[in-house]
Structures are given as C-alpha cells and as structure tokens.
Ligand binder design. Structure first.
Ligand code: GAL
Ligand code: MG
Length: 954
C-alpha cells in the first residue's frame, strides 16, 4: 500500500477532496414501502451500518505509517482517539494549537489508521455501493481493498464515495487514514476540545445503478414540491391524494407528513413539515404568519466520555430536556450536527439555526494580543485561493440539510471575520434557498455592507439590545449568543426577555451554551490545562446551562422561567393570564393556583384556560385573604401537563404583623476581661468584646456555635465574577483590588449598655483603607432572643461588594434545616425567577452544587426565617419593620476552600457547618463572557442598615 506520497496533499487547497460524491440531501433508501414508512434504517436491506470495533493503529507522525501495518489495536467507531488513550484531549478556545501559517500544518502530523472487513453478497455487488462518513476529524483518505478511493475534509460534514468498482462479493477490506491536521483545520478553530478520528456513523448504501442522487423537497405557498415525479404522501398511515388544507408544522406542534420517493427499486422516505418563514415590516420573525420569539440555546456535540460523539438516544434525551426547559430554538454551534439530530428536531419541534463548519477565530491572535483586523489580507476569509474551501462548506450544509422543516436559518459559521469569501457564501445561499433566512454574526464587523437577513450579535447588553430595538433598522435582531451560562449562572436571562417581549423586532436569542464540555477522569470532570496543553483556556469549556451529564442547575431553571409561555398578573381577586405560546391554546394545560399564608395553603384551585395564542384573559378567583400574617402571603400560579411547564409567584397585599418575641426583662450580664457572659433561664451566651461578636451560645445545655461569629464579605468568585474578582480580591496575578479575601476586622470600641452590647468597628482588606465602618448593637432579652442591628457605611469609591453578612459556624450534624424564603433551589437577586417564597427543608449536603470549578453557590434570597442547629434566625424583631428579610447560605465548605479548589475532588469539608446570614449577596449576571453585572443587582449601596434576630429553636 503506497500512501505516503499522497499525504502532503492535505495542505493543498486544490485537493480538499478527491472523488467525493457531490453533496445530496440526507436520506436512506429502503427496499420496500412498508419499511420506508416505518423508517427504521437498520431494517433497510440497502443500508449497512459499519460502526463497531475496528482495527486501529496510531502514529505520532503520518510519515511513519508503513506500507504494511502488522500491529493493530482496537478502537470503537464512532469515537475520538484522544478518548481512548492515544494522545491527551486538548482544549483551546481562540488560539490555534499550532502556528498560524496557513495552509501549513505541523510537520509532525499524527495519523490514525482504521481498518475493518465487511462482507457483501451477490445481490449487493450487482448494484452500486456507496460509503458514507458522517463525521471525521480532520480529514480522511479512503482505501478499499488497498486501493485509494478518495479523500475528504470538513469534520462535521458528510463525505460519500462511490466504491462500486472497488468492492467484490465476499470479504472486503476497508482502510481509512485519518490525519489530525489538514488545511481544513484552519477553518475549524471552534471553542472546544480538539479531538480526532471517525466520530460519527459510517455506513454502506446499496443503490440501483443510475438511481437518483439528490432529492429536493420544497415548501412553496404551503404546498410540497418535490424534485422527483414518483412519490406518495402519507398522513400517519393514510395515503393522501391531494393536500388541499395541510396541517402546518411549527415547533410547538411539529406535524410531519411522510413522503416516500419511489426510484427504481428504492423507497426513500422523508418527513416533511409544511411551514413558511417570513419577516414582517416590523422586523418580526413570522412562522406561518405568527410572530415567534426564538427561545434558543447553542448546542455543541460534546460528551464527557465519548468526546464529540453523541449516540442517537442521548441526542433524544438532550432534546427532551430542552423541551422541558421551554427551549424552542437551537443554534448548531459551530457546525452542522449529526444528520439524525435534525430528524429529531423536525419530529420533536425545534427551530434550528444550522451553522456551517467554519471558524477562524485564531487569526485574531496570530500576532499576539487580540486584533480583529479583518481587512488585513492575512485573514483567509479575504483570500481568493480559500474561496472554494469556504463556499463548499456552506454548500455541503445547505445541500445536506435543505429538506428539514426545523431549519429556519442558515448560519455562515462563527467568528471568522468578514471577507470576500463571506460575500460569496451569503450570495450563494440566498440564491440557492430563498425560503430561509441567512445570518452571520461576523457581518456586524462590516456594518451594513453585508446582505444578511438578520442582524445578529453576541453578548450585547440589555441596554444594547434596547438601543437597537429603538433604532430605525427594521431587520430582525437575533442574539446568536447571550447569557453566558458558565458555572453558577446565567443570572441575566430574565432581563433580556423583558426587552425581547417588549419589542417586535427583537426575535430572541440563544444562550451560550447548552452543556459543559468536560472529560470525565476517575469521577472528576476535567478541563483545559488538566491535560498538559501548551496553550489552553482553562475551564472556559465548562459554560453549559446544564452540566456535562445534562443534569439541571439553577441556571437551567432560570432559563426555563425566562422562556416560559405564560405571563400572569393578580389584581385583587382577578387573575390575568397571557398565553405566550404561538400555536397552542392554553386549554391543553391545567392552570393551578394556590394562596399560601406563612407557607400554609389557604386556598387553591384549578382552571382550564381557553386562551388562544398571544391572547389574554381574566379570571375571578375565589379566595379570601387573611387580615394579617407573620411571614408573608403569596399566590403561586403554575401551568402543568405531565410536569410543570411554567410557574409564577405574586406577593399578596396582606399586612405582616411583627413577631411576638418578648424583649422585656433583662438577662444577667457579667463582664470578665474580654468577655461578656449573659445568662438567663435556659441559656448562657459569651460575647467577645475584643472581636465584637458572640463566641458561644449555649441553649438548654448544648453549645450551638462552633467558633466565633464573623462579619464577612467574601464569596468564592463565580465564573461570572471572573473580571470583578480582581477588583474584589487579592490573587497571585493581581494586586490592585480591595483585597476583600484578606480582611482584617477592627473593633474600635465595644460597650455594654443595659441589655445592649454596642460595637463600633471596621473591615479592611490587607494594605487597604477600611472599606466598611459600622456600628452594631446586640440586644439580648430575658428569654435569650438576640437582636442584631447593623449600620454600615461603605467607602465611597469602593467596588460593589460580593456580599455582606454574619458568618456563623455551628457544630456539624448535617441535620435538616427549615426556612421560609426563596427555594428550593439556590437563588440570587437576579437569578431567582425559577424559585418561589415558601417554607422549605434542606441540609448542608443538599445545598452543595457541583460546579466544575468550585465556586459560590447555595444562596437563598427573601428569607424571613431559618431554623438550624437549635437556632432560629429571623427577620422579625419588634423594633423593626416587618418587611425585613435576609439572604442566607448553609454550607459544608468555607468560601476560602471554594475559592482555592480548581476541581470538585479538591474540596475538603469544613469541620463545622457554615451559616451565613446576609444583608445581601450580589447578583450573578453573565460577565464570564457577557456584559458587566446589571447595576441594580450589585451590592453597591453606601449606607447599609440590616437587622435580624437569633433565638432558640426546638
Ligand atoms: C463566543 C464564541 C463561542 C464561545 C464563547 C465563549 O465568542 O462564539 O464559541 O467561545 O464565546 O464561551
Ligand atoms: Mg471562538
């Protein structure tokens, strides 16, 4: 087998493929109408899946591949070889993992040689044989029975070869040489683990000689037009003669007809959804005439053990989870997905922005720094010799996916500057398919010179989108990426949606991104840098709105809440319900309402709301509010089918009466050097004057504290705090912050006055002037209730604080605690729409959230009561306004441990449980890549007054 002389061809732009079949639409031919209608491709006699355990030989340098390979390992197909111990996974975002010297790739170019045998019988051999590779990274050279058939590049695009003249009856040898890099790698600088190999299905097709190649199905004026003459249409099991009044397809009701093309002995089925896509003069996106908002997410193909391969069943689970989160749109970032994925999108109902396999982001850093100097001819998007390589990638996507109803927009790729090659791509696409929209975010770099149909941007702020909405550019505005969901987040998605609903031409957007990209090693999720990469981007790949195993986090639920399809309002006994579905009457769901006072349900009901899409109705509900309550009175409204699809909570106007705590009488106060001992009937407290706080609270003979209470401001930075954290804290690589993670607490004075202990003091970061000065009074009543009243003043030019509150250590028992506040999931002042105020139970362990890089988590806002370890923290004190509330957090981990750990397995539990009773904790936002935290969610006030009480709880 002579191969080596061919290999250098992989750098030649004129040889990006040899003998590959022209791209056609995706389909599988069947040998009978019944089988075609059933659509289970494994049953087709004309289809032979070659997936399985193949022989594999790995070479560090392609030039070392011998003519005859004698030693073979085994590797599963599909898979990536880095996931099987051949090289380590390599994560890099913007930077190319090799020099930017296009078209040249490293001299030492690893090569994986795959081999397998397949058998064909006489019947098969009499017809034409094709082989299809759905995805091979980065390029392949195909040999059948030791003869070179052809080659192909474009990792996420289909490569089909006619192998008829190479096969024989009986056993055939298939050899595929896959190179790690080729000239096409320059077009695949997407932000992901760089993984190689045959990572999608490989199969053979047996075709009639001279059978049809491409088949095109178009929807024109709500009718189906087919490029072939001989076909039948079925509605379910019934054959249809004429389609006069077709049932239309949309993402909510994805009705599909089955169309079977008859060609020679082949039956070729397609699922066809009838729908049309238009843009209104207002810039709205009209699907079947309805103004639709795209509730989107960006989806990469990523799997913690399988790399870039996602099995069919898991894709389906993924899509069902998206449905559960009210997502109706997917941008296939940043390449066409596996073809079956689009079949599932047609079937389950998603609007798809199909993106071609192009990203050349790394050109920005070819000279160091970060420069989008796209006019520079070094950018290959400007180079004529690269035109075909760009254009054929969009052509192959459009030709493969053109028959999918789910695809509503073509995307010209991601982060690839803007050059003449883009103009050619856009023009070609618009001419080829005028039924869909064309988007390319890079067009924003040339302002209006480009002819894209949609204005798309990434990470524009909420004000930014509002500014566009008010401009006179009447094109639809699409956030192809927003609300960067890295780690604990995103916190701002709800704020975006307020504006998106407000302005017609804001057609929605896609959260960045669906799932964390990680590699699971011995039970721990690993990311960039864990595999010895020379240049990498750390955990920037861990930015999913769901975890790598697709389990939900608070951010997932927050997206669900922002995307939900009802809006409700309560005015006295009137409930106003707006249906935000585009094609679904609310009568398909149950609307449940309940009124709870102090966490106890006092009235509830169920409505069947016959409300058409985009309509509003009012209902009179039958309930009587109590005269007063102690904690709060709320109405919860939810929409359910098999599960809850939407939930909103409204605070009801009921007077909240102060608690009955009795501060009369005095406990016994004794001062002994630095301590004040306070005793009552069933308690002994010890206050430390030197540190200005309690160090012991003995109630009923048992100690409730495990250390001295502290006033603190630190939280383990979230990924979304990654910029502000340098203004907050002292880190090895930064010395210009307030050093809030290295604070000193100073007590200027501490006096006992009657039953009050008055402390005045400050907090300051090391080497900094105090950022906070405060006066706190601790009042202890005869029955042992402690009222804490804090008045603080924050230094004028201080950065907004991470949080502020009292940190208690209590003996660790991991027992259940109970609270009245926002729950049950963690929540922050901006990321709280997925939760509601109520009475909940939890324990420290359950509060832990396994963010890939440990960080702040587990906060609860709007709390009025927390009962833990025999203590009750309460916002109710007779001297204070009854609307006081606090935020709290219960954890087995200190903020310091969470700050320092880089992976979950480095976390060491604290010997005590930490309870934070906070005035406030700043919001979450999405500043890991998005805009800065919205002002109103920052703890930035300069005058702070905060009160709560501590009492015994049995
Ligand atoms: C965007 C890019 C994405 C991803 C994201 C950061 O600029 O399009 O691919 O890199 O940033 O997570
Ligand atoms: Mg990028």
């Amino acid at each position: 087998m002579k191969m080596n002389e061919k290999l250098r061809n992989y750098e030649n732009l004129n040889l990006i493929q040899e003998n590959r079949e022209p791209q056609r639409s995706y389909y599988i031919p069947y040998d009978s109408l019944e089988k075609a209608l059933e659509g289970n491709k494994e049953n087709s006699s004309y289809y032979k899946l070659l997936n399985g355990s193949w022989d594999f030989a790995y070479f560090k340098r392609d030039i070392d591949v011998p003519d005859i390979i004698t030693k073979w390992d085994k590797i599963p197909v599909p898979s990536n070889w880095q996931m099987h111990g051949y090289e380590a996974p390599y994560y890099t975002n913007v930077n190319y993992p090799y020099p930017v010297d296009a078209p040249f790739v490293p001299d030492d170019n690893p090569c994986g040689v795959y081999q397998m045998d397949f058998n064909i019988n006489k019947e098969w051999a009499q017809k034409d044989s094709y082989i299809v590779f759905e995805g091979v990274n980065s390029c392949l050279y195909l040999y059948v029975n030791d003869k070179l058939v052809g080659s192909s590049q474009g990792s996420h695009l289909q490569s089909e070869f006619n192998i008829s003249k190479y096969v024989k009856v009986g056993n055939n040898k298939l050899t595929v040489k896959v190179l790690k890099w080729c000239v096409g790698s320059y077009l695949e600088d997407q932000d992901f683990f760089r993984l190689s190999g045959i990572f999608r299905d490989v199969y053979l097709l047996s075709r009639d000689k001279g059978s049809v190649h491409d088949i095109e199905i178009k929807i024109v004026n709500k009718t189906i037009s087919v490029s072939e003459k001989d076909y039948v249409i079925y509605e379910g099991k019934n054959k249809i003669e004429t389609l006069a009044n077709p049932i239309l397809w949309n993402a909510e009701k994805p009705f599909l007809y089955t169309l079977v093309v008859k060609n020679k002995s082949e039956f070729i089925p397609f699922k066809v959804g009838i729908r049309d896509i238009k843009v209104s003069t207002e810039g709205e996106l009209l699907i079947n005439g309805m103004s639709v908002k795209l509730k989107g997410v960006n989806r990469h193909e990523t799997h913690p053990t399988l790399g870039h391969y996602t099995p069919y069943d898991e894709m389906k689970v993924e899509l069902l989870k998206m449905k559960e989160l009210n997502i109706n749109c997917i941008r296939t970032s940043h390449y066409p997905p596996s073809p079956e994925f689009l079949n599932l999108c047609d079937e389950l109902g998603f609007y798809v922005v199909d993106e071609t396999d192009i990203e050349i982001h790394g050109f920005v850093s070819r000279n160091g720094g970060y420069q989008y100097d796209i006019e520079n001819p070094e950018w290959i998007c400007n180079q004529k010799q690269w035109e075909n390589a760009f254009v054929e990638r969009v052509q192959r996507m459009v030709e493969r996916d053109k028959n999918h109803s789910s695809v509503i927009m073509w995307s010209m790729g991601n982060e690839s500057g803007y050059g003449s090659n883009h103009d050619v791509m856009i023009n070609w696409t618009k001419n080829r398919d005028s039924s869909r929209l064309v988007h390319y975010e890079g067009a924003s770099l040339v302002n209006d010179k480009s002819s894209v149909d949609v204005v798309s941007r990434m990470y524009t702020s909420v004000e930014g989108i509002e500014e566009f909405a008010k401009s006179d550019d009447m094109r639809p505005f699409f956030l192809c990426e927003y609300s960067h969901a890295m780690g604990n987040g995103p916190g701002d998605v709800y704020d975006y949606w307020k504006r998106i609903y407000q302005y017609p031409k804001l057609i929605g957007g896609c959260v960045w991104e669906w799932a964390d990209h990680t590699v699971l090693v011995d039970g721990t999720y690993k990311y960039g840098g864990d595999f010895g990469e020379v240049t990498h981007d750390g955990n920037f790949c861990c930015d999913g709105m769901v975890f790598a195993d697709r389990s939900f986090k608070a951010g997932s639920l927050e997206v669900k809440a922002a995307y939900q399809y009802i809006k409700t309002e309560i005015i006295e006994n009137k409930l106003k319900v707006t249906n935000l579905y585009d094609f679904t009457n609310l009568n398909e769901y149950k609307l449940l309402w309940k009124v709870a006072s102090d966490g106890e349900v006092i009235a509830q009901g169920e409505l069947n709301c016959d409300i058409k899409p985009h309509d509003t109705k009012q209902y009179i509900l039958d309930f009587t509010l109590p005269k007063s309550c102690e904690l709060g009175c709320y109405m919860d409204v939810s929409l359910e089918k098999e599960y809850e699809v939407a939930m909103e909570q409204h605070s009801l106007d009921v007077e909240i009466l102060n608690g009955n705590s009795d501060l009369q009488g005095t406990a016994k106060f004794e001062e002994e050097s630095e301590l004040i001992k306070i005793t009552g009937e069933d308690f002994t407290y010890t206050f430390n004057k030197h540190y200005g706080n309690f160090e012991s609270l003995i109630v009923d003979g048992s100690e409730r504290l495990a250390g001295i209470t502290k006033l603190t401001v630190w939280r383990a930075p979230t990924d979304n705090d990654r910029n502000v954290k340098y203004k907050w804290g002292l880190f090895e690589d930064n010395r210009s912050g307030e050093n809030l993670n290295r604070i000193f607490s100073k007590v200027y004075s501490c006096e006992l006055k009657g039953n009050k202990i008055l402390v005045s003091g400050s907090l300051a970061g090391i080497s900094r002037s105090p950022f906070l000065k405060f006066n706190t009074s601790f009042t202890v009543s005869a029955c042992g209730e402690i009222e804490v009243e804090f008045q603080g003043k924050v230094k004028e030019d201080c950065v907004y604080l991470p949080r502020l509150g009292f940190e208690f250590e209590i003996p660790k028992k991991n027992e259940k605690f109970k609270y009245y506040g926002m729950g049950p999931t963690e929540n922050y002042m901006d990321m709280c729409h997925h939760t509601s105020v109520g009475m909940f139970e939890s324990c420290a362990k359950e509060e832990y959230v396994p963010y890939i890089v440990p960080q702040e988590h587990g906060n609860h806002t709007k709390a009025k009561e927390l009962c833990i370890g025999g203590l009750k923290f309460s916002s109710l004190g007779v001297n204070f306004s009854s609307n006081n509330q606090f935020e709290f957090n219960v954890s087995n981990y200190t903020s310091e441990v969470l700050t320092n750990a880089k992976h979950t397995d480095e976390l060491i539990e604290n010997e005590n449980t930490i309870v934070r009773i906070d005035y406030k904790n700043s919001g979450i936002g999405s500043n890991s890549c998005g805009p800065e935290l919205i002002d109103e969610y920052r703890l930035k006030e300069k005058d702070i007054s905060f009160q709560f009480s501590i009492s015994k709880f049995i």
